[in-house]
Structures are given as structure tokens and as C-alpha cells.
Design a protein. Structure first.
Length: 189
């Protein structure tokens, strides 16, 4: 797991890092002392978990937590003062941000970490499935373009073009996608 702890204070950073290491031994933790620095890290590298110890020196930290959930696959945990907990919980839970109150209670923080790790895992699986479906759609589009090239250039109907691509794929021991790509290159389409 790769975590980013964002805290304006060294003490807060050390405390949160210690809790994360206690919960998850095999973790790589990066530190940031400002929201701007944290944004660069989130956008430039893959992070699984971002813990924001609000407020930060350059902003409240809420905007950073929102940005993390909207622009990355990372889970965001926002640590807020007790008096802001209920309001923050109501505002941010629907956006996928986990909220923990200060002073941080070990067991509560571990529950948030557990939930955050589960969310990240599920979101990652959904993202991978989505990517696989997008690749499949692109393959289907390319194969359809190759069929139309055969229909236009060789006068085949759609069923014949489909069979032609599949037969070539079997004969050449290539995928239909590779055969379709070759057909499109042949006819410059």
C-alpha cells in the first residue's frame, strides 16, 4: 500500500504515520506539508490512501480531500477537529471521503483505514474492469471498420466479411483484432 500523509505539523504527521504503520506493516508513506505539494504527489504518482490532517497551512484540507477522490483512485481520509466532525461527515461522506475526528482514537482510525483500504480495492477492481471493457469496445469498432472495408472493396456482405476475418485469424493463428488491423492497413482505412 502507498499512503500520503498531509499535515502542516510534524507532530500530526508523525502520529498519523505511526498509526498507519501499526495497522499496515508493509506500507510506503510519503509526507506533504501543504495542499499544493500533496496535489502534485497525487497527480504525479500512484497513491492508494491520502490522509489529510485538517486544517493545512495553505487551505482547510477539504478541497484537497475532494480533489483526491475526484481525480484519483486513492481513498481520502479527512481528520478534523471534533467540533467540525458531524458537519464534515454530513458534507463529505456522499463524496466518498472518510472523516475522523481529533483527537484521533486508535480504534476509530483503524476502522477508517480498514474501510478505506476496502474501498480502494473495490474501486481498483472496477477501474480495471472498465479499462478492459473500453479495450474490447475499441477492438469491436476496429473489426467493424475492417468488415466495412471488405464490404466496400471486395463486395462482400457483412456475414461474409465476418467469416473472412475469422477464417484468416484461425489460418494465421492471430486474433481477429490483428487481422482487422492488417486489413485496414491494406486498404489504407
Amino acid at each position: 500500500m502507498r499512503a500520503l500523509v498531509v499535515s502542516s505539523t510534524q507532530k500530526g504527521c508523525e502520529s498519523l504515520c505511526s498509526l498507519i504503520r501499526e495497522y499496515e506493516g508493509s506500507v510506503s508513506i510519503t509526507h506533504a506539508s501543504s495542499a499544493n505539494e500533496a496535489r502534485r504527489i497525487v497527480l504525479d504518482s500512484e497513491v492508494d490512501l491520502v490522509v489529510v490532517n485538517a486544517p493545512l497551512a495553505d487551505e482547510s484540507g477539504e478541497e484537497l480531500a475532494i480533489m483526491v477522490t475526484e481525480q484519483s483512485l486513492a481513498t481520502s481520509i479527512l481528520v478534523v477537529k471534533t467540533e467540525y466532525f458531524e458537519q464534515s461527515q454530513a458534507m463529505f461522506s456522499s463524496r466518498g471521503i472518510l472523516v475522523v475526528s481529533k483527537p484521533v482514537i486508535r480504534q476509530m482510525f483503524f476502522q477508517a483505514l480498514s474501510l478505506g483500504i476496502s474501498l480502494r480495492s473495490r474501486l481498483g477492481a472496477m477501474h480495471n474492469e472498465n479499462e478492459k471493457l473500453h479495450r474490447k469496445i475499441e477492438e469491436i469498432k476496429l473489426i467493424d471498420r475492417a468488415k466495412w472495408a471488405l464490404i466496400e472493396r471486395l463486395g462482400m456482405d457483412e456475414a461474409q466479411a465476418h467469416r473472412h476475418i475469422e477464417k484468416m485469424a484461425m489460418d494465421l493463428r492471430k486474433s481477429s483484432y490483428e487481422v482487422a488491423s492488417s486489413i485496414l492497413k491494406t486498404y489504407q482505412m
